[in-house]
Design a protein around this ligand. Structure first.
Ligand code: URA
Length: 280
């Protein structure tokens, strides 16, 4: 992750003018970096260490970042990795310079909502096992999911390490009997299911005629591979997984996998209020 940013980009991001306007300012000698006249508008600045002064005013680079990412499959939820691209690699350099990190993890093959921030306190609180922040997933599951599973999940199921999960809310949104056609009460759900079927890698393709389900599951904890292991515990297999919400945050339907945007003021406010309300 880069710790530096171009001087003209830094000033541009802060609203001090266009790239060419800023170039002009620098040419006119209006900017100093660590007490020395800046001559190169493209010079690299570390906003955490370097003092940038414009027309006598010390410039404070923004210090916080809150990003809502639609995580795509194939990237890892980490800040650095020797082998794979990380979720941080998807962001722009003017944000990565602020040292953001993902709040929790999604598996490499999981898509969906991932909050990325440099706010350690917020992250800690959202991940705290005492807060039970709800996380909702939509998933394509192979095997006949039914009432027995809904009841088992609502009671808690025993995972492969003997951990018994907290009560979780499962609903079946659409099903396919293995004939290739999905059906459900709401057309959008069957469309989503058909789209998810296309995303299943060949290596995980279901048996012909195996029943498939498009489900929604809300859990209130975050054990390793939790959703996959919960379905394994009842003899079913997750073929595709997408997180659609976390606490008050919802996945933005306008973001395709790999796209991101900064949180809106309303979203930030809802997160702060959520934290204040101290959901236990
Ligand atoms: N549960 C899983 O199994 N995987 C994820 O990525 C998130 C929840």
């Amino acid at each position: 992750m880069k710790a530096t940013i171009r001087l003209d980009k830094m000033l541009g991001n802060l609203g001090y003018g266009t790239r060419s306007g800023i170039k002009q300012l620098i040419k006119q000698g209006a900017v100093t970096v660590n007490g020395k006249l800046a001559k190169d508008h493209g010079m690299q600045i570390n906003p955490n260490l370097d003092e940038v002064v414009l027309d006598g005013e010390t410039i404070q680079y923004r210090d916080s970042v809150y990003v809502l990412l639609h995580k795509p499959a194939g990237v890892v939820s980490a800040t650095e990795d020797h082998r794979d691209r990380t979720v941080i690699d998807l962001l722009d350099e003017d944000l990565t310079v602020l040292s953001p990190f993902p709040v929790g993890r999604l598996d490499k093959d999981t898509e969906g909502l991932l909050l990325i921030t440099n706010d350690g306190k917020l992250s800690h609180e959202l991940l705290s096992p005492r807060k039970h922040v709800p996380k909702t997933y939509r998933s394509l599951v192979a095997g006949a999911v039914g009432q027995a599973d809904i009841e088992a999940f609502s009671q808690g199921v025993k995972l492969d390490d003997d951990y018994v999960t907290m009560p979780a809310q499962l609903s079946v949104l659409a099903t396919s009997k293995g004939d290739g056609a999905a059906s459900g009460d709401i057309e959008e759900n069957t469309d989503e299911m058909m789209a998810a079927i296309k995303l299943v890698p060949q290596s995980a393709a279901p048996e012909p005629n195996e029943p498939l389900n498009w489900i929604e599951l809300t859990i209130h904890e975050g054990k390793f591979h939790q959703v996959k292991r919960m379905f394994e515990s009842v003899g079913k297999k997750v073929l595709y997984l997408r997180r659609v919400s976390m606490g008050p945050l919802r996945l933005d339907a306008n973001l395709a996998p790999g796209e991101w945007r900064e949180l809106t003021e309303e979203e930030l406010e809802s997160l702060r209020n959520y934290r204040k309300d101290g959901k236990e």
